[in-house]
Design a protein around this ligand. Structure first.
Ligand code: ATP
Ligand code: MG
Length: 420
């Protein structure tokens, strides 16, 4: 071990577990790619103002969790705590919304940073795969995203996840509800910080995790009773589309989520095997965000799924992904001459598209065969001086144990045939 360790709240992804991470990212991305979402990548940091406006001055993310820094040039930057604001900023900057092809559908995958209290499933550096559909108000689009997330989780074999669904209303009905809620909350017995929150973002008080607060909220006015007709109809349509698609969901009228910019459809994916950090993903509609960051009116919807917690969910369900072996052929040379010849064979195999690896460092047969086993290779190639003199290598099938000589010039063709 070196004197250094990964910073607090972070961890390294190392083989073999790292392969599961890659597979999870891929499983979430695949349904998006197949549904017209294009890949977008944005910088790991942005002007801090983008998040202050785009995530919300009153959110925990902005007030407590953001890593901010001042550059030598005096710019105020922040490591990105989430993806949506950056993706929308980039789409506007590239004028993607002006190409006359709305919605602009994008997906992303990357690292996010939040200064949080580290615990199981909650880290300071974590990974998300996300999707955004920008510029269209259509309940089918909301349903599409929910269905694709459901499909992604199912493709991984996950079963113990649930979709929680709510509507947050729009700029017509939300303000009326907000006032009714504030009036109710002001009469409760709450601490100073929560009282301040009532004035800045009262909906977030509903999200308070403390039992004594939740008890007082039992009779809080419900957003559902305040939704305008347009929001009600929109929400009913999303629900009907999910039901038709056979995607189960639970109505959760207390679901408000951490970010300020959500309107109408709001949802969270939770997994029942994760303890306190149960949210594996979340998202919703954010019709006002574009204008908040200086763009035109662009009603949009999106989600972000946490890769770290999805991997924990797989482990909680005892699911081992059926990952393809990475190495198909492992070459073991015995002696100097064999080293040169077999390395040539390995190079030839790789160029032919066969995943091959090699016993480096001139090790003995026993140790090298151990590595061959560990690599998971289906076949090994062994050659010593006598084999080379005969112009052959020994090809061993690691599953059946069968072994026999193959002409040097025929090795690539023979392995291509056998590996299908
Ligand atoms: P939580 O309520 O657990 O703090 P959140 O509402 O802050 O979650 P989002 O901003 O919606 O989370 O991010 C989407 C997903 O990213 C979450 O559902 C979760 O899976 C993951 N995520 C968020 N913060 C972290 C973190 N600190 N460590 C690991 N994963 C995280
Ligand atoms: Mg959070």
């Amino acid at each position: 071990m070196s004197t250094f360790q990964a910073p607090k709240g972070t961890y390294d992804l190392t083989p073999p577990r790292s392969a599961t991470f890659l597979a999870v990212r891929e499983a979430i991305a695949a349904p998006l790619r197949d549904s017209g979402y294009g890949y977008i990548e944005t910088p790991g940091f942005e002007n801090v103002e983008l998040f202050a406006r785009g995530v919300g001055e009153s959110t925990d993310i902005v007030t407590k969790e953001m890593y901010t820094l001042t550059t030598k040039g005096g710019d105020q930057l922040a490591l990105r705590p989430e993806g949506t604001a950056s993706v929308l900023r980039a789409a506007l900057e590239a004028n993607l919304h002006k190409a006359g092809n709305l919605p602009v559908k994008l997906w992303y995958s990357g690292s996010y940073y939040r200064y949080e209290r580290p615990q199981a499933g909650r880290y300071r550096h974590f990974s998300q795969v996300g999707a955004e559909a920008i510029g269209t108000e259509d309940p089918v689009l909301d349903a599409e995203l929910l269905i694709l997330a459901d499909q992604a989780y199912r493709s991984l074999g996950l079963r113990r996840f649930r979709i929680l669904l709510n509507s947050l209303g729009d700029k017509e009905c939300r303000p009326v509800y907000r006032e009714a809620l504030q009036t109710f909350l002001r009469d409760l017995d709450l601490d100073e910080e929560t009282r301040r929150r009532i004035e800045i973002n009262p909906l977030r008080v509903l999200d308070d995790k403390r039992a004594d607060v939740q008890k007082q909220l039992t009779d809080a006015p419900k957003l559902r009773d305040h939704l305008c007709d347009a929001c009600k109809a929109y929400h009913e349509e999303v629900r009907a589309l999910l039901t038709t698609a056979g995607v189960a969901f639970e109505d959760d009228e207390k679901l408000v989520r951490g970010l300020d910019y959500y309107t109408r459809t709001t949802f969270e994916f939770v997994h029942d095997g994760l303890g306190a950090q149960s949210a594996v993903g979340g998202g919703g509609r954010y019709d006002g965000l574009s204008e908040m960051i200086g763009g035109p009116e662009l009603p949009s919807v999106g989600w972000a799924l946490g890769v770290d917690r999805t991997v924990l969910a797989l482990e909680a369900e005892g699911i081992e992904l059926d990952l393809p072996r990475t190495t198909s052929v492992y070459a073991v040379p015995l002696g100097e001459e064999a080293r040169r010849v077999l390395f040539g064979v390995v190079t030839e195999l790789r160029r032919a598209g066969i995943a091959a690896d090699f016993a480096f460092g001139g090790r003995g047969l026993k140790g090298a065969m151990k590595s061959a086993n560990r690599s998971g290779a289906r076949y090994t190639l062994v050659a010593g001086e006598r084999d080379l003199a005969d112009g052959v290598v020994q090809l061993k099938d690691m599953e059946s144990g069968e072994q026999g000589p193959v002409e040097l010039a025929e090795v690539a063709a023979e392995l291509t045939k056998r590996l299908g």
